[in-house]
Design a protein around this ligand. Structure first.
Ligand SMILES: Cc1ncc(COP(=O)(O)O)c(C=O)c1O
Length: 443
């Protein structure tokens, strides 16, 4: 294991140790990649919209684990609910009925659009998508799934098979058969791909990892109609867009389109619990009545996680975070448009809805360079997984005008710095150091 090129600044003991251990026992290349973007920081304290690294540097968190911290990090009410739950609960026995699961499923039914009423819980987004696709195949008895180019649904079996980026799929092929891909936002291509053999169309209402791509008006309606025309099921993956992120509880509500199945995860766990939900209609549930144990998850919807998720939903409602996402999103998008007008050589486009926003730079290389410059100005922001020229700006929904303005100022200054050619310190100027006991082991 070569970790000697993980150049560690000499004054950063805790961080240095964590990075060397991470490189040794997880993956050194991950450390190198994060370093080139100035993001080889190690998280320490975290609170609300902010995170501190172990060296005490403070960052406005505009990545939020791809939209996982909508209520902020360690929200006091969610922490209190978690502590209270720990005094009485544990994961619970997954085979038994549970008051916490029942209460959370009821709440999700109340919040979800249209006739989405029934829930199966999981631990993460990939698991929720896996189950959504299994349910669609099971309920229709059909094989085909239509997904979108650059769509992102996770790295588990069915979810990866639905992933629209070849680099993630190719090393593991053959994946699950009968998945086809159409360009996102192209209603004609979608209609052409959907036929009597189609079990489901799966879409993110706004592509997240694909680079914050908002589809044209009418696209979700066209997807609904294409499915209805042949009896296929429509699945909306709201794992990144849901829980108020776009200024509505769920992004599909902007267009008033109700899917047959919706997946949520990430922010449902309030930054403290691993929980996801696949939410579907009673009609879809018919398939599960004769097969109640056909899909199981030991920790999916654990009693602890459900208690935390219920508190999280309460915070979103009580604090008006959906409305705040809409208002702060408007402020951010207006500021981004103004920046784009002043820096046309650097910014190609700005886009988004609510606090799910993106800046498309003129060149892919601007993504990591801007991440680096922003990190120097106390902003944590990361370019999109499937589209490095687009920087995602997805702060917690608790931010106010001051945080939005701070972000806009940091972007402005960072653009100027990138244009001036400023960049990370030369590798030569950082000292290589290893922890003594690791060095001995490596020798
Ligand atoms: C839209 C979407 N679906 C699914 C996933 C996968 O979720 P997880 O990483 O919890 O498996 C993600 C994660 O970023 C996502 O953004």
């Amino acid at each position: 294991m070569l970790v000697s090129d993980l150049a560690i600044p000499a004054n950063a003991d805790e961080r240095a140790a964590a990075l060397v251990d991470f490189g040794t026992y997880l993956n050194p290349q991950k450390v190198r990649v994060m370093r080139t973007a100035g993001l080889d920081l190690v998280e320490g304290e975290r609170s609300g919209a902010w995170v501190w690294d172990v060296d005490g540097r403070r960052f406005l968190d505009c990545f939020t684990s791809a939209g996982s911290f909508n209520v902020g990090r360690r929200h006091p009410k969610v922490v209190a609910a978690a502590k209270e739950a720990l005094d009485h609960l544990d994961h619970g026995n997954f085979l038994l009925c549970s008051a916490q699961k029942a209460r959370l499923a009821e709440r999700l039914a109340e919040l979800s659009p249209g006739n989405l009423m029934c829930t199966t819980f999981g631990t993460g987004g990939g698991e929720a998508v896996d189950f959504a696709l299994k349910l669609a195949r099971g309920a229709t008895g059909r094989p085909r799934v239509v997904s979108t180019v650059n769509g992102y649904h996770g790295h588990t079996g069915f979810a990866l098979s639905a992933g629209g980026r070849d680099a993630f799929r190719e090393p593991f092929e053959p994946l699950i058969p009968e998945f086809v891909f159409v360009p996102f936002g192209d209603a004609d291509a979608l209609r052409d791909a959907v036929d009597e053999r189609t079990a489901a169309v799966i879409l993110e209402p706004i592509q997240g990892e694909g680079g914050i791509v908002v589809p044209p008006d009418g696209y979700l309606t066209a997807a609904r109609e294409a499915c209805d025309g042949v009896g296929a099921k429509l699945i909306f993956d709201e794992i990144q867009t849901g829980m108020g992120r776009t200024g509505r509880w769920f992004a599909s509500q902007h267009e008033g389109v109700v899917p047959d199945v919706m997946t949520v995860a990430k922010s449902l766990g309030g930054s403290l619990a691993a929980i996801s939900a696949t939410i579907y209609t009673e009609e879809m549930r018919e398939f599960l009545i004769p097969h109640p144990f056909i899909h199981l998850s030991t920790f999916g919807g654990s009693d602890l996680a459900c208690a935390i998720a219920l508190a999280t939903l309460e915070v979103i409602e009580e604090e008006g975070l959906v409305e705040n996402a809409a208002a702060m999103g408007d402020r951010l998008l207006a500021g981004l448009a103004e920046l784009a007008a002043r820096h046309p050589d650097m910014i190609g486009e700005t886009r988004g809805r609510g606090l799910m926003t993106g800046v498309k730079y003129r060149e892919d290389s601007h993504g990591p360079r801007m991440s680096y410059q922003l990190s120097q100005r106390g902003v944590l922001a990361i370019y999109s997984g499937n589209e490095p020229s687009v920087m995602r700006l997805m702060p917690s929904l608790i931010v106010g005008p001051d945080e939005i303005d701070l972000l806009l100022t940091a972007l402005d200054e960072s653009i100027n710095a990138v244009r001036a050619g400023d960049g990370p310190a030369d590798e030569e100027s950082t000292r290589v150091r290893r922890r003594p006991q690791r060095a001995a082991q490596e020798g």
